[in-house]
Design a protein around this ligand. Structure first.
Ligand code: AMP
Ligand code: GLY
Length: 431
């Protein structure tokens, strides 16, 4: 089979790497890919948002299966377009991708199908939203409706901050049309976990639980990022909570959609808050998580392409996934200054020393492969904020953590930054 992976992050490198292990696969393309994807796929310089360009490429090359990494093309309707052209593609269609594309759609679907989530109200007018705020206690969460590259959620500790958040989104239009409507929702206190499931619109096949670390500094301090590290599984999701998440969240949503004639096929990601032992949905994403994928897929023993085909073909019943029972922990290595301004083009050294290690996986995000000395030497340079994700398998969270950090010590580039405490919640829980 010929596979096309769309995207350019650590998630996509990990997807391409796992896909390359499938006996069903002869050739992998990645559009646009990164330095790391050149190690297991052929990069094609088409942007992930260029749906027409991707369609032309997939038709020309007779791609057997396209796998979509990021949300933008899904929300933009890439799946519907490929299907109209008889091309197989893994991911949800445009209608159900609104679960991520519109917070209003997601919250209303949750209310309709009885999925536990924070209480909320929707506004399309700043004045009405502000009047509502004055009747509420804090903290409160103000969310822009549309896609805002992960920046459209503002957790407000005071009414004043909530009023400013409304101005920022609705008056100054910081997120453009994504802020024409907002959701104001109650704050939920608890511990977060990520649950990803495969679904063909009927059957739900869960992946192992994981936990992201969104803030830039140790101890979950500082501004939010795309994610600074993760581990799988997440002990906060005990067996009974895991079952509740499937029974009370994913099943009613997928079945409710089905009753309404909406068939969700692909990966569905629930960002879950566990509060006093009860799970609530913070958000749905219609794609694999990043950096969760980089710690979940190294644990997967089953053939990923086979599961994806079953998902697309509506054939997930009787699908059993096999997992490595060890813990996988991954640390994101970033450019100094991220998530603010940072420099690019720094040469990365030591990668070859890590590739040799057993049960250690380096997934590239913001890297570019370059040649020098008239093509005789290949090097990797930084090209983004999050540069690498270094993951390791271990018998315990501490073992995996130890292995991941020891591996990172072999890598260096100017300004390199990473959190030193990935996995701390799981380790505290054990102690
Ligand atoms: P979202 O994109 O909706 O998941 O929001 C991004 C982050 O904001 C989440 O991962 C949480 O850390 C935080 N957040 C969102 N909604 C809430 C809520 N209702 N209560 C507490 N924290 C929240
Ligand atoms: N790890 C958060 C996300 O993928 O949205």
């Amino acid at each position: 089979m010929k596979i096309l992976v769309i995207g350019s992050g650590g998630r996509e490198h990990c997807l391409a790497w796992k896909i390359s292990q499938s006996s069903l696969v002869d050739k992998i393309y990645c559009a646009p890919g990164n330095g790391g994807t050149t190690l297991c796929a052929q990069n094609v310089s088409i942007a992930a948002t260029d749906i027409d360009g991707l369609l032309r490429f997939a038709s020309d090359k007779k791609i057997d299966l396209t796998v979509v990494g990021p949300e933008d093309p899904l929300v933009g309707g890439i799946v519907d377009k490929f299907q109209d052209n008889n091309l197989k593609i893994f991911g949800p269609n445009k209608k159900v991708s609104m679960l991520e594309g519109s917070k209003v759609f997601a919250k209303e679907a949750m209310r309709k199908y009885g999925v536990p989530t924070a209480d909320f109200k929707v506004f399309d007018n700043a004045q009405n939203a502000k009047e509502y705020i004055t009747t509420k206690s804090v903290p409160l969460v103000v969310k822009a409706d549309g896609l805002a590259a992960g920046k459209g959620v503002i957790v407000c500790q005071s009414q004043q901050q909530a009023l400013s958040a409304i101005d920022q989104i609705m008056t100054q239009k910081e997120f453009g049309a994504a802020g024409e409507r907002i959701v104001v929702e109650d704050f939920l206190e608890g511990e977060e976990a990520s649950i990803l499931v495969f679904t063909d619109g009927q059957t739900i096949v869960p992946l192992v639980s994981s936990q992201d670390h969104k803030r830039i500094f140790d101890g979950d301090k500082g501004p939010n990022t795309g994610g600074m590290g993760a581990y799988a599984y997440a002990p906060v999701v005990s067996g009974s909570i895991f079952k509740e998440i499937i029974d009370k969240i994913f099943t009613p949503l997928i079945q409710g959609f089905k009753r309404d004639g909406l068939i969700y096929k692909g990966i569905l990601y629930g960002g879950i808050m566990i509060k006093e032992g009860q799970p609530y949905v913070l958000e749905f994403n219609v794609r694999f998580g990043d950096p969760e994928t980089q710690v979940v897929l190294p644990k997967l023993r089953s053939d990923l392409v086979s599961v994806m085909l079953k998902t697309v073909n509506g054939d997930l019943n009787n699908c059993q996934l096999e997992w490595d029972s060890r813990v996988c922990l991954g640390v994101v290595v970033a450019s100094g200054g991220y998530p603010g301004k940072y420099e690019k083009g720094k040469e990365i050294s030591g990668l070859d020393k890590v590739t040799e290690l057993e049960d250690v996986f380096v997934f590239h995000a913001g890297t570019e492969r370059k040649t020098r000395d008239e093509g005789r030497e290949t090097i990797m340079v930084t090209s983004g904020g999050r540069v690498l994700s270094v993951a390791a398998l271990g018998d315990t969270v501490s073992d995996a953590q130890d292995k991941a950090y020891k591996s990172i010590e072999k890598i260096s580039f100017e300004g390199m930054y990473y959190r030193k405490d990935i996995g701390y919640r799981a380790i505290e829980r054990r102690q």
